[in-house]
Write a protein that binds this ligand. Structure first.
Ligand code: UDX
Length: 453
C-alpha cells in the first residue's frame, strides 16, 4: 500500500519510517524545503533513538521518500496521515489548528481514487469533521473518509511505542475506512495488539483523556512527595506500594520537578479550554496544570533553601536540561524555569545535557553559563549541583566521586536518582523529593505482585 505522511516532526517521521519498516511504500511530505533536503540526505533534524538508522535503511530499500510536493504523491496514496503540530494558540490556550487546516487544504485538490485521510495529530473533538468539510468544499468530487488514529508515542521510545503499542485506536465512519486501517496495521495487530474501532469524536477525545490522566497521575505523586516531606514517609516506596495495585499500575508515579514536553502541557490546556467552551469545567485538569506550572518555581525555592537561602556568587553544576531523558527536546522543560531563576539569584552556572546541548543553548542563550562537555567536567570545581533530568550517564556517578569534585557538596536531586543513605554516608548534603527517610522496602517488592504474594 502507498501512504503519504504530512508533517515531518517526530510523530510524522516516526510514523512514516515505521510504516516503511512494516513494508508499506511511504512518502513523507513537509512544507519546510530545508528540512526535506536534510532528510533526503539522511540527516535527521531531531534526536530520537534508532530513527536515523531506520530512515537510512528504508530509503535504501526504496520504501521511504521525502518531498514538498503534494501533487506528486497525494493522488497515488491509499491513505494520507496528517501529523502536523497542534501547539497551544497564543492568548487563549486552545489548540492552534492552523497547520491542520492548511494540510487539509494542501491535499484536497490532489485526491484521486478513494483515499482514507487519517489524523495522527492530537486534535480537539470535532476537528476531523471540520477537516472533512474543508476538503469537500475544495474538491466535491473527492472520494474519501476521515479517520482519527491518535498516536501514543513517547519521545525517546517512539519507535518502540509505535512497533509495540498497547492498542491501535481507529475512529472511523465507514466499514471501508476501517478495512483500510486494519490492513495498514495488520503487521502489528496480527501480534494480538488490540485494534479498537470507535467513532471519530471518541477517538479524538480518548487521546486527550489519556494524556490528561497521565499528567494528573504525575501531579498526584508530586503532591504525595510534598506530603511525604512533612510526614517522614518515602514517596518512592509509596509509589511502589501503590503501583503493586494493578488498578493503579506502577508507571508514571515518579516524583519530579513537574512534567514538560510537547504534549502534556499543550494537551491539558487544550482539553480544559475545549471543555470550558462547551460549558464543562474540568477542575482536575485545571488543578493539574496550575500545580505543575507552580512546581517548577517551587523547585527553585527548594534549591535556594538547600544552599542556605541563596546562591549569589556560587557556582552550580546543572545536570540535565531536556524535558526528559532520551530526547533533545526542550519544550516546557523544567530547566527553562529553573536555569534563568538561578542566574537571576546570582549563581554562576555550569550546564550539561548529554543530547540537548544545541537545543538548550538556543532556548537558554549561550550566555546562560559555562557549557560543559560531560558530567565530570560540569561537577568539578562547582560549589554544588542540581540534577534536573535523569539521564543514565548521571546514574553512574558515585557519591564518593560527587563529594570529591564539589567544593561544598550540596546536591539537589529533582528526580530521586540516588540512594539517600549512600549519599549521606559519603558526606553529601543531599536533598531530593519526598524522601526525608531512606527506603526500607525490600528488593522483593520490586518484583511482579504475583511473585510477591
Ligand atoms: C507523552 C505521553 O506519554 C505519550 O503517550 C503521548 O503520545 C505524548 O506525550 P512524552 O511527552 O514524549 O509522551 O514523554 P513522557 O515520557 O510521557 O514524559 C512527559 C513528562 O512527564 C516528562 O517531563 C517526564 O519527565 C514527566 N514524567 C513522566 C514524570 O515527571 N514522572 C513520571 O513518572 C513520568
Amino acid at each position: 500500500m502507498n501512504i503519504v505522511v504530512v508533517g515531518s516532526g517526530y510523530v510524522g517521521l516516526v510514523t512514516g519510517v515505521c510504516f516503511a519498516e512494516l513494508g508499506l511504500r511511504v512518502t513523507c511530505m513537509d512544507h519546510d524545503a530545508a528540512k526535506i533536503d536534510r532528510l533526503i540526505m539522511g540527516d535527521i533534524p531531531i534526536y530520537e533513538p534508532g530513527l536515523q538508522n531506520l530512515v537510512l535503511l528504508n530509503q535504501k530499500a526504496g520504501r521511504l521518500s521525502f518531498t514538498t510536493d503534494a501533487a506528486a504523491c497525494i493522488g497515488q496514496a491509499d491513505a494520507v496521515f496528517i501529523a502536523v503540530g497542534t501547539p497551544t494558540r497564543k492568548g487563549d490556550n486552545h489548540a492552534d489548528l492552523q497547520y491542520i487546516f492548511a494540510a487539509a487544504r494542501d491535499i484536497a485538490p490532489h485526491l484521486r481514487d478513494y483515499t482514507v485521510i487519517v489524523t495522527k495529530s492530537t486534535v480537539p473533538v470535532g476537528t476531523g469533521r471540520r477537516m472533512a468539510s474543508i476538503i469537500r468544499d475544495m474538491n466535491p468530487a473527492a472520494a474519501f473518509d476521515m479517520v482519527s488514529n491518535p498516536e501514543f508515542l513517547r519521545e525517546g521510545t517512539a519507535i518502540r511505542d509505535f512497533m509495540r503499542p498497547d492498542r491501535v485506536v481507529v475512529g472511523a465512519e465507514t466499514p471501508k475506512a476501517v478495512a483500510v486501517m486494519r490492513r495498514l496495521y495488520e503487521p502489528l495487530t496480527g501480534q494480538d495488539v488490540p485494534l479498537v474501532v470507535t467513532t471519530l469524536e471518541t477517538a479524538e477525545m480518548a487521546k486527550y483523556a489519556a494524556n490528561a490522566f497521565l499528567a494528573m497521575k504525575i501531579t498526584f505523586i508530586n503532591q504525595m512527595a510534598d506530603l511525604c516531606e512533612v510526614t517522614q514517609a518515602n514517596v518512592n516506596d509509596v509509589a511502589k506500594i501503590m503501583g503493586l495495585d494493578q488498578r493503579i499500575g506502577s508507571k508514571f508515579l515518579r516524583a519530579g520537578p513537574g512534567y514538560g514536553g510537547s504534549c502534556f502541557p499543550k494537551d491539558t490546556r487544550a482539553l480544559a479550554e475545549t471543555a470550558r467552551s462547551l460549558g464543562v469545567e474540568l477542575g482536575l485538569v485545571r488543578q493539574t496544570m496550575d500545580y505543575n506550572d507552580a512546581r517548577k518555581h517551587t523547585m527553585v525555592d527548594r534549591i535556594l533553601a538547600a544552599f542556605g537561602g541563596g546562591v549569589a556568587g556560587k557556582t552550580l553544576a546543572i545536570l540535565g536540561l531536556t524535558f526528559k531523558p532520551g530526547t533533545d527536546d526542550m519544550r516546557d522543560a523544567a530547566s527553562l524555569v529553573i536555569v534563568p531563576a538561578l542566574r537571576a539569584a546570582g549563581a554562576h552556572l555550569k550546564l550539561y545535557d548529554p543530547k540537548g546541548m544545541e537545543e538548550a543553548q538556543s532556548c537558554l542563550g549561550d550566555d546562560a553559563g559555562q557549557w560543559c562537555a560531560n558530567a565530570l567536567d560540569t561537577l568539578s570545581g562547582a560549589d554544588g549541583a542540581v540534577l534536573i533530568t535523569e539521564w543514565d550517564e548521571f546514574r553512574a556517578l558515585s557519591p564518593e566521586a560527587i563529594v570529591r569534585m564539589l567544593r561544598d557538596p550540596v546536591f539537589v536531586d529533582l528526580r530521586n536518582v540516588y540512594d539517600v543513605p549512600a549519599m549521606q554516608a559519603a558526606g553529601v548534603a543531599y536533598t531530593s523529593l519526598g524522601r526525608p527517610v531512606a527506603s526500607l522496602v525490600c528488593p522483593s517488592m520490586t518484583r511482579a505482585p504475583a511473585e510477591v504474594l
